[in-house]
Design a binder for this molecule. Structure first.
Ligand code: A3P
Length: 289
């Protein structure tokens, strides 16, 4: 489609569907050449895997639980999206203090010196990702997807959506799972036991928190809290014209297994086959609570 290109940048043979808007100004090259800091944390993910949730958790950990700072500005400014024009790479380069950066790029596109700093990859089962991505693509005005869910699912399977192919994305990170500076978490484990995953992230970042602090983060980052929190729920997009207001909100449902409401059993069989063929590394995705 007009929004995407199939790009082959030649970095370890990695391929990805990248929105044209990102390619045209050389953003990818700038990201790969970005100077990194020891206390940088890059939150990386395929779109709709739980990025925002993990960003807010990491932001709180990196600011030693500065809840007031966390409510002062929208997450987009506190934790910049590397390949997005706002707030932009000039802003990222000037940030001081621990930087919590967001990207949807596969591993091989990250700053070349990313060994300097840490990476947290968040992933989610592809059925819920497809459902969440569909609602996002209808809601987000620059995408304004107008087709049916099954039309969208077909694009997902054909690797025609921004940041696809899904399994190449997952694989690009899982290939590095033994790297000391990479932690992989899943949306499903975070949903089932947020305290446990938050502790795991804290340990990875070298933070030692007591149970009370962990609980504060769990409460602040619950779906219910984040839905109501204007600093993380993207409601400022309404005023910027980025949301088709008749569509779902950014904080849509926050559940494991919502795909059952969109994928009928016969279509699920063919999607299962597609997953079985694509998930060559047999990543243990969880589809139900
Ligand atoms: P749904 O559309 O299934 O509700 P991303 O941040 O990567 O774009 O992912 C967005 C998805 O994560 C949406 O999924 C959103 O509702 C969900 N989400 C965001 N914050 C969450 C939270 N605190 N708890 C559970 N789900 C959350």
């Amino acid at each position: 489609g007009a929004l995407c290109l199939y790009e082959k940048p030649g970095v370890n043979g990695a391929k990805v569907v990248i929105p044209v808007s990102i390619l045209k100004d050389g953003t990818i090259k700038r990201i790969q050449n970005l100077g990194t800091h020891k206390d940088d944390v890059i939150v990386a993910s395929f779109p709709k895997a739980g990025t925002t949730w993990v960003q807010e958790i990491v932001y709180l950990l990196q600011t030693n639980l500065d809840f007031s700072k966390a409510s002062e500005k929208v997450l987009e400014t506190r934790s910049p999206f590397l390949e997005y024009p706002y707030p932009g790479l000039d802003f990222v380069e000037k940030m001081n203090g621990p930087r919590v950066l967001k990207t949807h790029l596969p591993f091989d596109f990250l700053p070349a010196t990313s060994g300097n700093g840490k990476i947290i990859y968040v992933t989610r089962n592809p059925k819920d990702v497809a459902v969440s991505y569909y609602h996002f693509a209808k809601m987000f005005t620059p995408l304004s997807f107008a087709g049916s869910f099954y039309e969208f699912l077909e694009k997902f399977e054909k690797n025609e959506l921004p940041y696809g192919p899904f399994f190449d994305h997952v694989e690009s990170y899982v290939r590095h799972k033994e790297d000391a500076n990479l932690l992989i978490v899943t949306y499903e484990e975070l949903s089932k036991d947020p305290a446990d995953v938050i502790k795991k992230i804290a340990t990875f970042l070298g933070k030692h928190l007591d149970e009370e602090d962990i609980l504060k983060i769990v409460n602040h980052t619950s779906f219910e809290s984040m839905t109501k929190n204007a600093a993380v729920n993207y409601e400022h997009w309404d005023d910027l014209g980025f949301r088709n207001k008749s569509e779902a909100k950014f904080m849509r449902k926050g559940k494991i297994g919502d795909w059952r409401n969109f994928i009928a059993p016969d279509r699920n069989e063919t999607f299962d086959q597609w997953i079985a063929d694509g998930n060559k590394i047999k990543f243990p995705f969880v589809y139900e609570i």
